[in-house]
Design a protein around this ligand. Structure first.
Ligand code: G4P
Length: 536
């Protein structure tokens, strides 16, 4: 007999999944990520203040400046989540910290998205941080869409920019819009995808709302909108594009091997509609996710999700934290009891928050692709899986080898317990990574940027009453090690005992002092595998 309730629920779930597009927005600092995010929210109707980048920026800052240290430094450490509705879709944007010291936070956020928009400054081209971020996208074949920003400035030649993306980011590109002029001569963008044109009024730096519908570049109607020289250049460019690039291959975009490229100017609100409209058509819906046991499709009726970020102590008077969970399958229901795989225990989640534009609101349910905040008193940590009872943890939320290392020096022996607790909790939040040497139990903290040591020192003192110093230590890289032959691994550990530590999960790590020495050790121990990420 057909179970109509089950059938109805599954149809409703399919509808919800079809509506969701969850993406991250990434860039080298200053490329215009914050501005573009605001403009996307504006187009989506989620915020109302047009052109008020500055004031929005302040609002955004106060909204995400939960930690005192952030306020002091004026750096948005937080990865914010913003949801909005657009054309009957539910779009979830995950903003990421621009500051490179917080790159690890960004890397982890990328595990929670289904695609990425990468913002590139047309004057500066591909920058260092952009390259690193692309590496992370490539690890998971995340579909990437590029937005070349600041067209209102005298930028580099668009063809040259495309070549640079292909070369430095090692991904094929396909322009879907094309700039008509740049800087002072910017006239508009030609939409190669929809074959229409969006004109730009250079004197006022503002968008003309009306998009001109044309039949390709040879439509005589274009002559009334563009000066002859601009039109000729456009025709030449389009001819070249048609000759060089194949027709848009959506599948190649979806498997992460081709990046569609859009041009625009976020600050002048220009080229955003083209980006958003195309994004909503081609960007992927929530995809299946892998656990230790199986692939979990979003349509699986059982709820599941994983924690990718913990935001702590938003109110310093209470030791409360918000754990950000990405929902992978089924339906999350507020008040329900879910299984915490690592603890092998069930917890009730009566307080769940969704992040809509600039507000947080309590929600009753959520679906695959959604990111919600769960209030937590210390049970959850990054990488945790919640579900309805299955034992497997979600894969793909690894730690990366840090780049800077310092030894923790306890300045108050009476407060060792507080220090221990503080370190553990801050590591759970992913502020840094802790390595404990096998010999002498020395504790070393590894981070991506220098700023985290200050954050740690400040938070240990103010939240845990533990006073520490960080003393420089000569480490080049932490490598997770394993070997097929366990006796070979034991022999290696014995031989290099002074350089062996364990990460917080107890996994074996080789602390290499220099690049050349590490290479030598690798050559001398061919049976040992060295990994720069904790999941292998
Ligand atoms: P980020 O989040 O990627 O770090 O960049 P953000 O949006 O904060 O933008 C960095 C700077 O670039 C800002 O200027 C911003 O106004 C400017 N910007 C963003 N988009 C465009 C654009 O399309 N054209 C031009 N010309 N500039 C753009 P700022 O001087 O740092 O701040 P503000 O005082 O202008 O807000």
């Amino acid at each position: 007999m057909v179970n109509f309730a089950v059938q109805f629920n599954s149809m409703a779930l399919a509808e919800e999944i079809k509506k969701r597009k969850t993406f991250g927005i990434i860039a080298h600092p200053d490329a215009g990520k914050t501005t573009l995010t605001e403009k996307l929210l504006l187009f989506g109707g989620a915020i109302q203040t047009a052109g008020a980048v500055k004031s929005n920026k302040i609002n955004m800052a106060t909204r995400s400046d939960w930690m005192e240290i952030e306020k002091q430094r004026g750096i948005s450490v937080a990865t914010s989540v913003m949801g909005f509705d657009y054309k009957n879709l539910k779009i979830n944007i995950l903003d990421t910290p621009g500051h490179e010291d917080f790159a690890e936070d960004t890397y982890r956020t990328l595990t929670a998205v289904d695609s990425v928009i990468m913002v590139i400054d047309c004057v500066k081209g591909v920058e260092k941080q952009t390259e690193k971020l692309m590496e992370v996208c490539r690890m998971r074949n995340t579909p990437v869409l590029c937005f070349i920003n600041k067209l209102d400035r005298e930028g580099r030649d668009p063809f040259e920019l495309l070549d640079e993306i292909e070369e430095k980011l090692k991904i094929r590109v396909q322009p879907l819009t094309w700039p008509i002029g740049m800087g002072k001569t910017l006239r508009g963008v030609y939409n190669l995808y929809e074959k229409n044109i969006n004109l730009f009024e250079p004197s006022k730096n503002k968008r003309i709302d009306e998009v001109v519908q044309i039949q390709g570049v040879h439509d005589p109607a274009l002559e009334q909108y563009l000066p002859k020289s601009a039109l000729n250049q456009l025709k030449e460019d389009i001819e070249l594009i048609d000759g060089v690039y194949d027709p848009f291959d959506e599948q190649a975009y979806l498997n992460g091997s081709l990046a569609p490229v859009f041009f625009g100017s976020a600050v002048s609100n220009f080229g955003i509609r083209e980006l958003l409209d195309c994004f909503t058509q081609i960007a992927p819906n929530p995809k299946p996710r892998e656990t230790e046991l199986r692939m979990v499709p979003p349509m699986d009726p059982q709820f599941s999700g994983f924690i990718f970020k913990i935001h702590a102590n938003m109110d310093p008077r209470h030791r409360n934290r918000i754990a950000f969970i990405r929902i992978c399958s089924g339906q999350f229901k507020r008040g329900a009891t879910y299984y915490h795989v690592r603890h092998d225990k069930k917890y009730r989640f009566s307080n769940a928050t969704a992040f809509m534009a600039q507000q947080k609101e309590t929600i009753d349910d959520a679906f695959p692709g959604d990111i919600i905040g769960l209030y937590d008193t210390g049970n959850l940590k990054i990488g945790d899986t919640l579900n309805e009872g299955e034992k497997g943890l979600f894969k793909g939320i690894p730690n990366f080898s840090p780049e800077l290392f310092k030894e923790v020096i306890n300045l108050d022996a009476m407060k060792s317990k507080q220090l221990e607790k503080g370190l553990m909790q801050l590591m759970d939040e992913g502020v840094a990574q802790l390595f404990t040497y096998e010999m002498g139990a020395r504790k070393v903290v590894g981070t991506v940027g220098a700023l985290q040591f200050e954050v740690l020192q400040h938070r240990l003192l103010h939240e845990y009453n533990a006073k520490v110093n960080f003393s420089p230590i000569n480490i080049f890289k932490a490598c997770w090690i394993n070997a097929t032959d366990k006796s070979k691994l034991s022999a290696f550990v014995k031989d290099k005992y002074r350089h062996i530590a364990r990460d917080k999960e107890g996994k074996l790590v080789f602390m290499a002092e220099s690049r050349s020495w590490m290479q030598m050790v690798k050559d001398n121990f061919p049976d040992i595998q060295f990994h720069s990420i904790s999941e292998f």
